[in-house]
Design a binder for this molecule. Structure first.
Ligand SMILES: C[S@@+](CC[C@H](N)C(=O)[O-])C[C@H]1O[C@@H](n2cnc3c(N)ncnc32)[C@H](O)[C@@H]1O
Length: 278
């Protein structure tokens, strides 16, 4: 972990930020629809529509799959999104061919709804803080404890705590702290509640982070998305007590100063922005 400090920083606008700032769902649908238009136009130009289409079916499906992945890349979708985009049409077609029972679609839909029901409202999907970042956060808590020199248990809040992995790891490493997660997606909430049961110093609340009481927190951590950052920086500045610290993994708002950043030595070169509350 490297700690950068000094003059207040501003987040630089990177090229392409406008496309990448679009919500994910329109980009996912846009790439599939665009790929379909390309494949249909090509099939029409080559005269393989109509009766011929059945012979060319898998070729057209593979073409749709590759074109959708390429367009997704252009639309700044990365990692698992590219795999999902490439796999979508082949898997859908294979499922139709295998005559998968209808209840399986319902079960998959319900499972996804339990995890992602808040995404269209909040624009924050579920992805997880990695272990290297847990270690960097743990180091930060140790230095914060020393800096505050308090005998009272300090309070760490994870806003949007997902599956509770960050809380569980930190709660084990720092038994003298209290850890609270705030989560409003039902699936992750139930999962993390069960996961944290054995730990006496960690719990999770089923609540929107916008309703959370931040006034007693010593350190607040969030790993969300660009969309809520401006509002969240304002909320933390208003609600957190002097001497506390707000940490945000990867995201900060344009034109809002922060006091420094923790550079995590992981594969994705994670940066954790931090702001001390005065
Ligand atoms: C990117 S995940 C981060 C999970 C966890 N903090 C970690 O780092 O492993 C963001 C989480 O925030 C949750 N979330 C999004 N909006 C929320 C809101 N308004 N209130 C509470 N949780 C929210 C999502 O359901 C998701 O689980």
């Amino acid at each position: 972990m490297t700690l950068g400090e000094g003059e207040p920083h501003k987040v630089q606008r990177s090229p392409g930020v406008r496309l990448s700032a679009l919500p994910t769902l329109p980009r996912v649908l846009g790439a599939q629809i665009g790929a379909f238009a390309v494949v249909a136009a090509l099939a029409w130009a080559l005269g393989v529509l109509g009766e011929q289409a059945e012979i060319w079916l898998w070729g057209l499906i593979v073409l749709q799959s590759l074109t959708a992945a390429a367009l997704s890349y252009v639309l700044y979708l990365r990692g698992r999104w590219l795999i999902a985009q490439a796999a979508l049409v082949p898997l859908a077609w294979a499922a139709l061919a295998m005559d998968v029972p209808a209840w399986i679609y319902l079960a998959v839909f319900l499972a996804l709804a339990l995890v992602y029901s808040n995404v269209s409202r909040e624009q924050v999907p579920l992805y997880l803080t990695n272990r290297t970042t847990w270690a960097a956060l743990s180091e930060f808590l140790t230095s914060h404890q020393v800096a505050t020199d308090s005998d009272e248990p300090l309070l760490f809040i994870d806003l949007g705590s997902g599956l509770g992995g960050t809380l569980a790891s930190l709660a084990r490493a720092h038994p003298s702290w209290n850890f609270v997660g705030v989560e409003n997606a039902p699936g992750p909430y139930v999962f993390s509640r069960l996961r944290l049961l054995p730990l006496g110093n960690a719990k999770v609340a089923y609540q929107s982070l916008w309703d959370a009481d931040l006034s007693r927190a010593d350190v607040i951590y969030a790993f969300l998305s660009p969309t809520p950052m401006e509002r969240l920086i304002d909320k933390t500045a208003q609600d957190m007590k002097p001497g506390s610290v707000f940490l945000s993994n990867s995201f900060w708002a344009q034109d809002r100063p922060f006091d420094g950043e923790i550079e995590v030595n992981d594969n994705r070169q994670t940066r954790i922005f931090f702001k001390k509350i005065l």
